[in-house]
Design a protein around this ligand. Structure first.
Ligand SMILES: [Zn+2]
Length: 281
């Protein structure tokens, strides 16, 4: 028998029979042997996780659609001269993004609920709080960037600087979110789902890095020597692949969010079928 420790109190259970109880806290040895699985989690908590993942999947779908429209417009603009952007569409666009980011705050709150059934709950609590705080900062950053962009007397670089800062917060949000979801996947337990989430995170960071380079380039070009029409003709050739990659990563994330949600439903059903072993003295 390999060494196992009690999930509740950490007592070394090596050598004890699977039908025995922990000598320190009476938690069945079999329960610690099985691991801190989601099937033993509170049913309400599992419901919140699934709701949070659904909200994430919907917002990721909407973000992919917005990304597609923005990409199509940047390709069409130099070719046809048709400009999608005027004061009204810029505002509508900003409002849509704000709604999506506020929905992500709701998703973060649903996903970061604490699980009353979790025996090793203490470890993840810092991550749970930061997930909600960072999601809220992200929505505030988006609102602030739009407000400053609309404010005529604002220093010209303020909106651009706040926009870049908001992007950095977005990256932090994605890192925290994926780490949190990986922790959930490990309680299914699915190491494969956890590594797919890790792969999505890496690709998201690559896309975010490329997108940052493209925005800084525009800022630099706009400041030193006004951008020539040649620059704007070449520029979409860089931004379009980045937008396509971003849409691809978003679609991949949707698939993983829905798969995780389905696995959680399966765990919940398994939990209903198999009650945790009763602690009988
Ligand atoms: Zn114990």
């Amino acid at each position: 028998m390999t060494a196992i420790h009690c999930l509740r109190c950490g007592y070394d259970l090596s050598g004890l029979d699977l039908r025995a109880l922990c000598p320190e806290c009476t938690l069945p040895v079999a329960r610690s042997q099985a691991g801190d699985l989601l099937r033993y989690a509170d049913a309400g908590y599992l419901g919140s996780l699934r709701a949070g993942l659904t909200v994430l999947a919907v917002t990721a779908g909407a973000q992919a659609a917005l990304s597609f429209i923005s990409c199509a417009s940047s390709v069409a603009m130099p070719l046809t001269g048709a400009n999608l952007w005027n004061q009204t569409t810029v505002l509508v666009w900003a409002a849509l993004w704000t709604v999506l980011l506020l929905a992500d705050v709701v998703a973060a709150m649903l996903l970061a609920r604490s699980d009353p059934g979790q025996l090793t709950a203490v470890r993840g609590s810092g991550l749970r709080v930061s997930l909600i705080v960072v999601a809220a900062l992200l929505a505030l950053g988006q609102i602030g960037t739009t407000a400053i962009g609309q404010w005529a007397a604002a220093p010209p670089d303020l909106a651009a600087a706040l926009g870049l800062l908001t992007q950095a917060v977005h990256v932090a949000f994605i890192i925290l979110l994926v780490r949190h979801l990986m922790g959930i996947a490990r309680r299914i337990p699915s190491e494969r789902l956890a590594s797919s989430l890790m792969a999505v995170l890496v690709f998201t960071l690559v896309v975010a890095g490329l997108s940052l380079v493209s925005q800084i380039t525009v800022q630099v070009v706009a400041r030193f020597g006004g951008p020539s029409s040649g620059f704007w003709r070449v520029y979409p050739w860089f931004t379009t692949p980045v937008s396509v990659m971003r849409a691809g990563v978003l679609v991949w994330s949707i698939v993983l969010f829905l798969r995780l949600s389905r696995e959680i439903a399966r765990e919940a059903a398994a939990g209903r079928a198999e009650q945790p072993p009763d602690p009988i003295a």
